[in-house]
Each structure stands twice: as structure tokens, then as C-alpha cells.
Design a protein around this ligand. Structure first.
Ligand code: BT5
Length: 270
């Protein structure tokens, strides 16, 4: 065994089996050594009829996807790259919350491991100002109705040199003494997501306002001056004051559903 393979052990498939009491009943984890994108593979599974809570996790993603056709890059066995199939019963208009809810779930789990994580609207988890995790929510049409593929990438063991962009960080770079093992982290995120998703699905009218409040409390974007690049190319600047009932970011008078946010430093405001 090389030092690299012992430092970067594979996922423990026995602990990820359905018989593990730490994994809520109904979650089925499929571990693959390599795939282009776990979102793409899970989309295929969904069209083949896979049930809710089918999960695909890859030791290595060779064509990981970000939003808007961007690339998500992680070397083998250094990260968690996985996708969860959900079939929300709530109306499609509230599905964008799923992306925000998942970011908050990841934040809570990392905070539980001692990492001072925060969410950045809409789909990033930050340590300080750097991105440690990203979420990609995609809708897929299946024979039994629309389904949600929730892709989650968490940078775990990457060294500084392995980080793909200067804005990225990993748990190992941020605090090498706390790095959780990937299998335990995956189980913790799935268990917490199961709980948070269940509360959202069954919470009735109070679920959205409760989610909005707890998202706001975890969100580094609110109260900040932001620059939002909209898909049209337009740029919106202002103070982010809240998240509305559809999960949109409120900046000044406008509510934004899709966009890239830059947290503007006060010293760079012109
Ligand atoms: C995201 O997109 O943040 C969504 C990332 C979702 C990745 C997961 S992994 C499992 C599942 N299967 C997939 O194929 N995808 C999902 P976005 O907000 O568009 O951010 C993408 C940008 O983040 C890139 O353009 C880079 O600048 C940067 N980036 C790429 N890889 C990164 C990494 N490992 N860590 C931090 N930033 C990264």
C-alpha cells in the first residue's frame, strides 16, 4: 500500500450498507469507483425507476458538473461527490428551497465537526470566504413524475495544491486536525438531510417560514453588500436583506432566483 492510498482510504462500503443503524431506513447507497458525474448517473437511475433516497457516490468524478455548465473538479478519494434522488410532494415552485436546505444541512454537519461553516446564497458552503462545498439541484422527468437530483460536493482531504481555484478550500486545508473520515461524513450528511427534508415535506404551512429563518441564521450573504451576476449578463449591486418565500435572494427592491453572488468587501466598494 502506498502512503497516498493509506492516507486516502476508499469509502467503507460495509458501513454504507442498509443494515447500518446510523443510516435512516430507506436510504440505499450505491458506491462507484469512477463516473463522469454522479448527477448524470443518478438521472439515469431515476429514469430507470430508482426510488426516493437512492444515492450514488463516486470515489472519483471525471466530469463533475457545477451550475450553468461549469466544472466541479476533485481528485480521486479526496472529496465526497454524491447525489441523492428525491421526489418532493411539495409544488415545483418550492423546489428551489431544496438547494438551500441541503446547503444548510451540510453547514450544520460541518459545524458539528467543529468547522465554522456558513452558507452563501444560493448553493455554496463557505469556510471564511472560501468555498468548501457546492450543491447542484437538477430536475428530471421520470415515468412516475418529476424527481429532484441533489448533487453535493464536499472538499475533504485536498491539499492546497490540489484545490482547483483560489476561491476553494478543503476541510484538510482549513483545519488538518479535525478532518472527518469520508464515510462517517457521508453518513452524517445523509442522516441529517433525511431529517431536514422530512421536516420540510411534512411541515405544512410553517415549514417554509421556519426554513427561511434557519437558513437566514446560517447565511453569510444576508446583511452584506453584494454584487449579483444575473444569467442575462446584468449585474445587480446592493445589500442582501433576505430570502423570500420561494428561496429567492432579496437585494434592494429585487428578488433574484438565479445568479452568482460576490460578497463585496467594504474596502472594495466604489
Ligand atoms: C456548484 O456549482 O457549486 C455545484 C457543485 C456540485 C458538485 C456536485 S459533486 C456531486 C454532484 N455531481 C456533479 O456532477 N455535481 C454535483 P457552481 O456554483 O456553478 O460552482 C462551480 C465553480 O466552482 C467552478 O466554476 C469553479 O470556479 C469552482 N470549483 C470547481 N471545483 C471546485 C471545488 N472542488 N471546490 C470549490 N470550488 C470549485
Amino acid at each position: 500500500m502506498t502512503s497516498e492510498s493509506s492516507a486516502r482510504p476508499p469509502l467503507d462500503t460495509e458501513r454504507l450498507a442498509g443494515s447500518n443503524p446510523d443510516l435512516p431506513a430507506g436510504i440505499a447507497v450505491e458506491v462507484v469507483k469512477e463516473t463522469g458525474s454522479t448527477n448524470a448517473l443518478l438521472t439515469t437511475r431515476a429514469r430507470e425507476g430508482a426510488p426516493e433516497w437512492h444515492v450514488v457516490v463516486a470515489e472519483h468524478q471525471t466530469a463533475g458538473r457545477g451550475r450553468l455548465d461549469r466544472v466541479w473538479h476533485t481528485p480521486a478519494r479526496t472529496a465526497l461527490t454524491f447525489s441523492v434522488l428525491l421526489r418532493p410532494v411539495l409544488p415545483l415552485a418550492s423546489w428551489p428551497w431544496l438547494s438551500l436546505l441541503t446547503g444548510r444541512t451540510v453547514r450544520e454537519v460541518l459545524a458539528g465537526s467543529g468547522y465554522p461553516a456558513a452558507v452563501k446564497w444560493p448553493n455554496d458552503v463557505l469556510l471564511g470566504e472560501q468555498k468548501v462545498a457546492g450543491i447542484l439541484l437538477e430536475r428530471v422527468e421520470t415515468a412516475s413524475g418529476p424527481a429532484a437530483v441533489v448533487g453535493i460536493g464536499i472538499n475533504v482531504a485536498m491539499t492546497r495544491e490540489e484545490l482547483p481555484v483560489p476561491e476553494a478550500t478543503s476541510l484538510a486545508v482549513a483545519d488538518p486536525d479535525r478532518v472527518p473520515d469520508r464515510t462517517g461524513l457521508l453518513i452524517a450528511v445523509l442522516a441529517r438531510l433525511h431529517r431536514d427534508y422530512g421536516a420540510w415535506q411534512t411541515g405544512g404551512e410553517t415549514a417554509a417560514p421556519q426554513l427561511a429563518d434557519s437558513y437566514a441564521a446560517a447565511c453569510a450573504t444576508l446583511g452584506r453588500r453584494v454584487r449579483v451576476q444575473l444569467p442575462s449578463g446584468e449585474v445587480l449591486t446592493g445589500t442582501a436583506t433576505g430570502v423570500d418565500e420561494y428561496g429567492r435572494l432579496v437585494v434592494g427592491e429585487q428578488a433574484v432566483s438565479v445568479g452568482d453572488v460576490v460578497h463585496v468587501r467594504l474596502d472594495s466598494v466604489t
